[in-house]
Design a protein around this ligand. Sequence first.
Ligand SMILES: [Zn+2]
Length: 298
Amino acid sequence: MPSAFYGAELWYDISKTEMNEMEIAQKYVVKRFQGFEKRTPSVMAISSMGIWTISSFISKMKFLFLGRLLRSNRNSTQKQMFLCRLSSLISRECQFKVNKGFLQDLKNLNLPALFETITNYIDHGIYIQSKDIWKFVVIEEIQTQQKRQWVHDLSQDSKYLRFANTHVDYEPIIHWKLGIMDPSRLWEYAQLLYLMVLSTQEEQYCLACAKTTNDIVKHFILECSSLSATRDIFFEKIVNLLPVEDSINILNSDDDVLVECLLGSRTDVLQNYDFAEWQQFINLSSNQISAMLKEFTS
Ligand SMILES: [Zn+2]
């Protein structure tokens, strides 16, 4: 992304249509990259990689550029131009004239805590002088805005619930993290993730057991009679892996909680497990679900 957006800090007045076109391209790429279907909700596809949307990325570039301008020598050409544009912005605002350009764009980005830097600079001549601290502040603020928007978007549709209960932080999802640590298991982790993002609300007919269901993922993992024997082996392995109390707790939990847990969530159960223990559980689950998928589709 950095090379594709070289110089983007100076793009200004980007229209909604232009931004939309860039974000459509980004959504297409992240879905292809992760092997998701085209209809996979973008809110899941982008956040499972933990990457920012293009608009957030451009916002970051613009505010980092502002930091460079503020820090540059007052006699430099860029600082002189910046001060000139800044006075023009203030004077045009006083005359209720429309502003365009880099500074107005910063104002329009809806990041008031960062834009406050400009007002502080105008009123008191102060700004964050450390490059590293400014970068940290900018990234934190945009990450917070990105996460707030993501949580809001995920709450808009009940079909996002399984994913929302599993992926609770805006960072690469557990399946991709484990895949990087152990590439030999990447395909099995990817299969778990694929089941998690699968849209499951329409009524579907199961070819394996001839029943209909409106949640094919839950049906496949917990209910389909064609997989009873393999499922029993899977659950027996869970009992052997975990302390008795925990395995009873998991296997007796609500069906939706159990499905989420088997697909990689620890929101309702397994919270007390450390990363290595959780990884062991996901390794078992992804391995067994992969075997069930093979049997289900053969
Ligand atoms: Zn079935």
